[in-house]
Ligand binder design. Structure first.
Ligand code: MLT
Ligand code: ZN
Length: 509
């Protein structure tokens, strides 16, 4: 085992010994994996951009088992890497060195579903949204598990918001990160809004706290249960929020509750073409005004993204010849009312020249097909070569300027520079591809992208987290005092630093 990887020095944690192996085999017999072939998949991230060299993976089924594991590791000073679905995009979900991987893959049971509150309790499990099936079709290996949606299905509930492919909420590292993280605890009831995160905004009556981590195990093995199945709870500090998005550096989430709103009776999706980004913005403003309470998603993608989806995945778009495309989804309870609103909106944007072409989908098959044009961009990018991935929050009117400036800066050194994302959230996904990894290309991109973002007070990670790849850039989005406070919290909760080391925060000086 090398003591340095990616320019990082291994910290003085213990190495796994035969007696450690014996302890874990006794604790969770048959669920300790040490076979290098089996471990390979868990050591590498989804993008295949970072690789650890863990020699052991543990598959606990209960919070009590996670507690025993952490108590032991803490005592022995063995570093651990909590891992959910391993769909992270910033290298946070895989070990860097030989950290023991604690997989939450077997914690996949739905404990209960409360049909009055709409809250399923997902104990010791992961919580896949409807996107899971679509994720599987990306060709990544995923093992079967119970979808919490099966509990809600009988009640016609839809787990939400749908985060889109790689942000599948899973217990483990502190997910579901994005949904709760982005809404900052504001009350946003009662109407859905495209300002909410994910490709799909929560339907009506869904509070910002749609995802709640309910149980967590701390570094020393103690179990913390935060009554997260209550809709309102304002007693003391919001500890749950601290863990959500902490990427497994503060504790291991072993149970979550997710608000499942009723499945909308009427869903429509439109795919539109625009001639400029300012028309994308104009359409957005009009859309908020005219669709109001039924607007549930507003996504944009540039033509280069669509070309990648067409070339690499052989998907064809229904509208052509535009430099920008938009997906607008409405979700409501009265199809006649929704269709009338949508038709008025479409007539308006076509007549005013904001939109040049478009198509509407009301039936499931076409809706799925149109969504796949957006949701499979990430997958298409991986077929284009080495991907340099950025996930920025920016003032919405500046969003696409960064793509233009990056393209101009990189010229022919990049194969493709594309932009897409959750426009309603002010969230740009800037992706750059090249035939192979190049350090000089990375130097041309970073810190340029972060400096560009910081000058507009943007965030260098809107939803993907900081993980291993971006932890050193936190200062572009957070003041020194905030970073210091985070480091103090980390030290207090995990004094030996065994939880997902080398991730999220720069080492304290
Ligand atoms: C998405 O919105 O598709 C995801 O955040 C993944 C990505 O950024 O590529
Ligand atoms: Zn996204």
């Amino acid at each position: 085992l090398t003591s340095e990887r990616y320019g990082v020095q291994r910290l003085p944690f213990s190495h796994v010994s035969d007696s450690d192996l014996a302890f874990f085999e006794h604790l969770i017999p048959g669920r300790v994996i040490t076979d290098p072939d089996e471990l390979r998949l868990f050591n590498v991230d989804w993008l295949q951009s970072v690789r650890g060299c863990s020699k052991m993976l543990l598959r606990p089924r209960t919070a009590a088992e996670v507690s025993e594991i952490l108590r032991y590791c803490n005592k022995r000073k063995l570093a651990v890497n909590p891992q959910g679905g391993n769909t992270g995009l910033v290298g946070g979900s895989v070990p860097v060195f030989d950290e023991i991987i604690i997989s939450t893959a077997l914690m996949n049971q739905v404990i209960s579903f409360n049909s009055v509150s709409g809250l399923p309790e997902l104990p010791e499990k992961r919580a896949p949204p409807p996107a899971q099936a679509r994720w599987n079709c990306c060709g990544r290996e995923e093992e079967p598990f119970h979808q919490p949606r099966s509990a809600g299905a009988a009640e016609e509930r839809s787990p939400s918001p749908s985060p889109g492919p790689p942000e599948l909420p899973q217990p483990g590292r502190g997910t579901p990160a994005q949904a709760c993280r982005s809404c900052q605890g504001e009350e946003r009831l009662p109407r859905p809004s495209p300002e909410l995160p994910g490709t799909r905004a929560p339907p009506p009556a869904q509070a910002c706290q749609s995802c709640r981590s309910r149980g967590k195990v701390l570094a020393d093995g103690s179990i913390l249960n935060c009554l997260a199945s209550l809709r309102k709870d304002n007693t003391g500090y919001d500890l749950k929020q601290l863990f959500i998005g902490s990427e497994g550096t503060l504790g291991v989430i072993t149970a979550v509750s997710i608000l499942c709103p009723r499945k909308p009776k009427s869903v429509n999706l439109v795919f539109l073409g625009c001639q400029s980004f300012s028309q994308v913005l104009g359409t957005f403003t009009t859309c908020k005004g005219m669709l109001g309470e039924i607007l549930s998603a507003y996504e944009f993608m540039d033509d280069k993204c669509m070309k990648l989806v067409e070339n690499h995945l052989k998907l064809s778009k229904p509208v052509t010849g535009s430099p920008f495309y938009i997906l607008i989804e409405t979700s409501g309870s009265n199809s006649a009312h929704d269709e009338e609103k949508l038709n008025n909106f479409l007539e308006h944007v076509m007549a005013s020249g904001l939109v040049t072409d478009g198509t509407v989908a009301t039936e499931d098959k076409k809706i799925k097909m149109l969504w796949s044009l957006r949701e499979r961009i990430t997958e298409a990018l991986t077929h284009d070569g080495c991907v340099y991935k950025y996930d920025l929050s920016l003032p919405v009117e500046r969003l696409y300027d960064l793509v233009i400036d990056t393209r101009a800066r990189l010229g022919k050194t990049a194969k493709n520079v594309v932009g897409y994302g959750h426009l309603g959230d002010g969230n740009l996904h800037l992706n750059i591809t090249a035939e192979s990894y190049s350090h000089s290309l990375l130097d041309a991109i970073e810190p340029f992208v972060y400096e560009w973002t910081a000058q507009y007070n943007g965030s260098i990670s809107a939803e993907h987290g900081l993980g291993f790849k971006k932890k050193h850039y936190i200062q572009y989005s957070k003041p020194q005092e905030a970073v210091l406070l985070m480091q103090q919290v980390k030290t207090m909760l995990d004094p030996k630093g065994i939880l997902n080391p080398y991730k999220t925060l720069p080492a304290s000086s």
